[in-house]
Design a protein around this ligand. Structure first.
Ligand code: DC
Length: 228
């Protein structure tokens, strides 16, 4: 069977990563979380005093880009992909609300994007990958054989993020999360470099009212049609 690239783009907190991960597992592909890379850069900024009052020291960050190395490794037990920043496992830290509140700004910087996009293209060289993000089907892999654009209502998405944080034992405030979701949508859609938008040849998936099983059935059917 021919190997393809599957690009999954969409709004924040649509369950893209969960969906992309289980799709990859089902079809024996590698999964890459491009959002985790921007989150790791945001965490680097926080750890190194490059963000104060939500203002990024862009000139210092630009000069430090060559010192930021992001890699993925499979968890030996769960087989889930873990994000490493300069060799340190940061999978937990990059998912906090503090990182979520600054990551869109970091991801809007052109020099950050060009570096991440170059690394993402390398990850796709051998095909057989599922990558999720905001610009995977439009900018990173415009020739991807299968493109999905995922959406869900802002309320549903905020509820999912809330459930995710509370399930991990983190404190969470629904209203604050909803505001963060709406603010990130705005920044992601209106930024100058690689704004979030549906590629013309992407299949639209609104999962507000779909179970995970229904969603997976839909994806596998599309995948089988494309690769047969
Ligand atoms: O999917 P996520 O919430 O982990 O993404 C984190 C942030 O990174 C989000 O605000 C948008 C940005 N992002 C991006 O600009 N391009 C991508 N390919 C992936 C994520």
């Amino acid at each position: 069977m021919k190997k393809i690239i599957i690009a999954i783009d969409g709004f924040s907190s649509c369950g893209k990563s969960t969906m992309a991960k289980s799709l990859a597992r089902n079809i024996g592909y590698l999964y890459f979380d491009s959002g985790a890379m921007y989150r790791a850069v945001a965490l680097y900024c926080m750890q190194n005093g490059l963000i104060n009052n939500k203002i990024i020291n862009t000139e210092t960050l630009r000069s430090k880009m060559k010192d930021i190395h992001i890699t993925f490794e499979a968890d030996p037990e769960t087989k889930n992909s873990l994000t490493f920043l300069n060799g340190v496992n940061v999978e937990h830290e990059i998912r906090t609300l503090e990182v979520s509140q600054v990551v869109s700004q970091v991801a809007a910087l052109d020099f950050v994007r060009s570096e991440m996009i170059a690394q993402q293209r390398e990850m796709g060289e051998k095909k057989g990958i599922v990558m999720d993000g905001r610009d995977i089907g439009t900018t990173v892999f415009p020739d991807a054989e299968m493109k999905i654009f995922v959406t869900a209502s802002a309320q549903v998405r905020a509820q999912r993020r809330y459930d995710e944080l509370t399930a991990r034992g983190d404190s969470a405030d629904f209203q604050e999360i909803l505001e963060n979701v709406l603010q990130r949508d705005h920044i992601d859609q209106t930024r100058e470099v690689s704004p979030l938008k549906q590629a013309e040849d992407a299949l639209l998936l609104d999962n507000s009212n779909l179970t995970r099983e229904e969603q997976m059935e839909w994806l596998i059917e599309k995948f089988n049609n494309i690769t047969k």
